[in-house]
Design a protein around this ligand. Structure first.
Ligand SMILES: [Mg+2]
Length: 249
């Protein structure tokens, strides 16, 4: 366990004289809150082969990357002339996900241990704005969150999805701007807490001076995540008490 400095309190930075939220917690979805069981990847690969008549390539890294980046690499690796059809792939993937949404849970999509309790515990405190920062396309991410009942405490009007950006770190500014528009509160630096399972989640937090909490429930170990500079690393979300202590909430 790494030692953790106290977080900044955003209360004095809130605007319009409202009490505001002290902190903005942004949750990653896949392998952090939930096991996606391949749901999004199936939707994207089906869209790709339906549109182009040949399969998407294997061997493309997906961990922590945005769906936009993954699709762009699929196209670049097969036929770069199809680059201008990127948005078509994304739209069809979201349609296929909607059409097959019952398969998300029936084929194994589920919350990870401690995830629901962690989201509820933070959400019940009232001074923490909780949302999502994920590389998932919005149509896919929303299905996962709602099918698993995680949407009750997550403010999806402040969420950042992987439709528009290929660089995960760019999603942080997007979420912060949406949170400010929706809640009249500007979050800066370590009043933002980003929780994810990959080095790219940590990198996204670091790029904006946010507090990076890493959980080793994906393909990366506690040691891997500590090595890339996460402010706190947990083996899983079952260590909720430890997480809350670390976050000073
Ligand atoms: Mg993830």
């Amino acid at each position: 366990m790494t030692s953790v400095p106290r977080l900044e309190d955003n209360r004095t930075e809130s605007t319009l004289g409202t009490p505001g939220y002290r902190r903005f917690v942004l949750w990653d979805l896949d392998h952090t809150l939930l096991d996606p069981a391949g749901f999004g990847q199936r939707s994207i690969r089906s869209a790709f082969s339906e549109l182009f008549g040949f399969p998407s390539p294997d061997g493309v890294s997906v961990a922590g990357r945005t769906d936009r980046a993954i699709i762009a690499e699929f196209i670049a690796a097969t036929d770069p002339a199809l680059t201008d059809r990127q948005d078509e792939v994304q739209e069809l993937a979201a349609e296929i996900a909607e059409r097959t949404r019952s398969e998300f849970r029936s084929r194994g999509g589920t919350t990870l241990p401690g995830a629901t309790a962690a989201v509820e515990a933070l959400g019940s405190r009232g001074d923490i704005l909780e949302s999502v920062l994920t590389g998932n396309l919005e149509g896919i991410g929303r299905i996962k969150v709602t099918e698993l009942g995680l949407d009750k405490h997550l403010d999806l009007s402040s969420a950042a999805f992987g439709d528009a950006h290929t660089v995960r770190a760019d999603l942080v500014a997007h979420a912060r701007d949406r949170a400010e528009a929706a809640n009249s509160t500007r979050f800066e630096g370590r009043s933002m807490i980003i929780i994810g399972d990959t080095p790219l989640d940590v990198e996204a937090a670091s790029a904006h001076g946010a507090f990076a909490v890493a959980v080793a429930t994906g393909k990366y170990s506690v040691a891997d995540l500590a090595a890339v500079g996460a402010d706190a690393v947990l083996p899983d979300l079952l260590e909720l008490d430890l997480l809350l202590t670390q976050l000073d909430v």
